[in-house]
Design a protein around this ligand. Sequence first.
Ligand code: ADP
Ligand code: MG
Length: 323
Amino acid sequence: MEDMKDDRDPKLMVVALGGNALLRRGQRGSIEEQYGNVTITSRWLADLVDEGYRLVITHGNGPQVGATLLRHEAGQKLYGIPAFPMDVCGAETQGFIGYMIQQTLRNELKARGLDKYVITVVTRVIVDEDDQAFENPTKPVGPFYTKDEAERIMEGHPGFIFIEDSGRGWRRVVPSPDPKIIAERYAIRTLVDAGFIVVASGGGGIPIVEKDNEAKGVEAVIDKDLAGERLATLIGASRFVILTDVDAAYLNYGTPSQKRLGVIEAGELEGYYLEGHFKQGSMGPKVLASIRFVRNGGSEAAIGALNKALDVVKGKAGTHVVP
Ligand code: ADP
Ligand code: MG
């Protein structure tokens, strides 16, 4: 297949959904809560389909994969059912979150009389086995433990690393390597060209490394916004839209002198990024992903509020990063 980067589809848009698309603050994570939130999210997504955009949807999975890891651990403790590693738990969450989006978005499209269908692709993302991140795990995952519990788990699992997480307890940390290639990119673009709305690269994708022509899952977590950029670039999307719980990217965020960014060139934004205006692990990767997307030939990346999705896409709200 030819390089899809050189075959940009002007109507193809990758939309990255933040954690608030699935869970709201204070909710515990029942399926009723998540399904209810996704139902509302799907209305906003359907507005974009109504506008004539071809959508590829990606999403976070932090709280969900944390819960899945816990279920596996509890299953092992209580029933002796072997716990699965992180890559497999990531695949589980891609499946159930994709199912909720397929169901609620298709219901909404059907109600609007739109003849469009939604499909989820279990997506692997290739990372570099020499990535510095593997020497320096930084991403906290799963439940909090006491120091004793953490030490016991580390004894049983060589290679597991725990850190004290801001006074709240001990938590496992895993590497967060930089995503390189979306393994399923051709399948995703083929489905888009056939008219499907595709859910892909959920939770930043399942991290794999390739060695001697063999791919293997690794215990790591990829940032969903950085993976979203790879997805958008490699399938030839023209736009990359990051929807979250804040209305824009700000300079001096959270201070009296905070300033909302509207339309901004990638070069200028990179200056602010290097000055440290955007927090690592939250707004930082969104800004970096946006800069990368336009540098790699995309027309525009946007960052804005989920509940203003259509306004963000129409340029009436949010931060818009241009080449
Ligand atoms: P998501 O689940 O959508 O990825 P994150 O919590 O990772 O959400 O990122 C969004 C959060 O980034 C906002 O709620 C906000 O508190 C935080 N943030 C950090 N720095 C900034 C900034 N400079 N401008 C706007 N928001 C920022
Ligand atoms: Mg985030």
